[in-house]
Write a protein that binds this ligand. Structure first.
Ligand code: TYM
Length: 330
């Protein structure tokens, strides 16, 4: 049986990269897989955060999940801190994970910066908690953007380490699903940087909460080069190619089809068409998020129900894992 798990942090607002790299894929998988989607609020503690804003950010992320098309009847939507397995299994896996594996993690290096000794143990162990998120449901498939590839490889290594250490075939090795035409959406201001929640410039990203005018303005103002036509060449034309990938992903087509369609168009006309497409696809998501923001009781109800269902799946797996390591008598 295929079981899908994935997570998104409730830090900053959800943006187009989260939408195309993750949420749109989550939605595509809910019809024919058992899907569990998590707002990873424990991971949000690994960087300085505002305690007064965290629960609200979790709620807003949940609204973003629902507004993107996730159906809480068909998939489990919940926040990580409400299911006790994550931290318990996280500890058990931490005790099997060599430091050498964590030392290779590029996201830790980026986030810790130069002051590595001042970084927290939580930030260092972040990918172990991520492995617990996935393995605690014995998930087989994990839809993510390209930037999570290394963390997913580590999750597979940790699953293998557990199975070998205890001589069992307990955790399946989870498969990353890095699919679609925009698995790495770049900043709208700088084609060499990933679109991210932490970019100082709001014009670098399209937030899912942006209204239609803002979406159109950000696309129109997106940086491009002086080449007149529409081509796909991420090395020579990173900004233009990023817009081609975004167009393809939003239109559910391929980059090649976009380049063919606009072969004789001017880049400015292509951009105007992309602005329309982005408004058409993302406008309703933002509007639904706004509607859900006015109904927090509904969103909280979805999360509470999701937590109950998540715990019902993870509880027995956790108990079995505790038996395997010897914490619980069989
Ligand atoms: P996070 O919150 O940074 O991002 C959530 C998802 O969005 C994808 N993504 C992007 N995809 C394409 N282009 C971009 N510019 C872009 N920015 C973000 C990410 O690849 C991710 O799929 N560690 C994870 C959260 C996590 C998780 C998990 C994921 C915790 N436990 C278990 C999968 C399974 C993270 O920080 O994602």
């Amino acid at each position: 049986m295929k079981r899908v798990f994935s997570g998104i942090q409730p830090t900053g607002s959800l943006h187009l990269g989260n939408y195309l790299g993750a949420l749109k894929r989550f939605v595509a998988m809910q019809d024919d897989h058992e899907c569990i989607y998590c707002i990873v609020d424990l991971h949000a503690l690994t960087m300085p955060h505002d305690p007064a804003g965290l629960a609200g950010a979790t709620r807003e992320a949940a609204a973003g999940f629902l507004a993107s098309g996730l159906d809480p009847e068909r998939c489990v939507v919940f926040n990580q801190s409400r299911c006790p397995m994550h931290t318990r299994l996280g500890w058990m896996l931490a005790c099997l994970t060599p430091l050498g594996w964590l030392n290779r993690m590029t996201q830790f290096k980026e986030k810790a910066g130069k002051k590595r000794d001042g970084a927290s143990l939580g930030l260092y162990g972040y990918p172990v908690l991520q492995a617990a998120d996935i393995l605690g449901y014995r998930a087989t498939h994990v839809p993510v953007g390209e930037d999570q590839k290394q963390h997913l490889e580590l999750s597979r290594d940790i699953a293998g380490a557990f199975n070998r250490r205890f001589g069992v075939d307990f955790f399946p090795l989870p498969e990353p699903v890095i699919a679609g035409e925009a698995t790495r959406v770049m900043s709208l201001r700088d084609g060499a940087r990933k679109m991210s929640k932490s970019d100082e410039s709001d014009y670098a990203r399209i937030n899912l909460t942006d209204d239609r005018d803002t979406i159109a303005r950000k696309v129109r103002k997106a940086r491009t080069d002086s080449e007149p036509g529409v081509t796909w060449d991420p090395e020579a034309r990173p900004e233009a190619s990023n817009l081609v990938a975004i167009y393809a992903a939003l239109a559910d087509t391929t980059r090649q089809a976009v380049v063919d369609e606009y072969a004789s168009a001017r880049f400015s006309d292509f951009k105007a068409r992309l602005a329309e497409l982005a408004v058409e696809k993302l406008g309703p998501v933002g509007e639904e998020m706004k509607r859900l923001a006015a109904d927090p009781a509904y969103v909280d109800g979805v999360l509470a129900d999701g937590a109950r269902r998540a715990h019902a799946i993870a509880g027995p797996i956790q108990a079995e894992a505790e038996e395997i390591v010897g914490l619980l008598a069989p």
